[in-house]
Design a protein around this ligand. Sequence first.
Ligand code: ZN
Length: 127
Amino acid sequence: MKNCSSSLYNIRKKDSSFAGKNLLENTRIKAFIVDIRSALNEYKTRIGNTSDRHKCLQRIYAIVTHHCGDHSKCKWSDVCRFREIKEANPTWLDEKVQEENAKDAIQFSGRYVDLSDYGIVVCLSDN
Ligand SMILES: [Zn+2]
């Protein structure tokens, strides 16, 4: 876990376009780490269960994009408010779901970073 957060801090150090207000700031790095830890902790109580393992990996895979406002990889409504709203209102367009989601979510000043798979690969390769 420590390696994972250092990797994120290192990305920011190496590529200054990830640094600065509203981008790869400490709060956001902390949010990634909290979510990764929570996915691992949930699985820890059910080690050996294939579907729980699958859920844990899917959650980790979606964390960075989820925090960047892209919920296409989010599969679990219990950990993604966007997915929860969407499932409760299947006829809504994504824009409307996003609008509703934004009302509840703590936003990073309404801006998103685009780390995409790069961040995930760097983060996971350290664990
Ligand atoms: Zn999501």
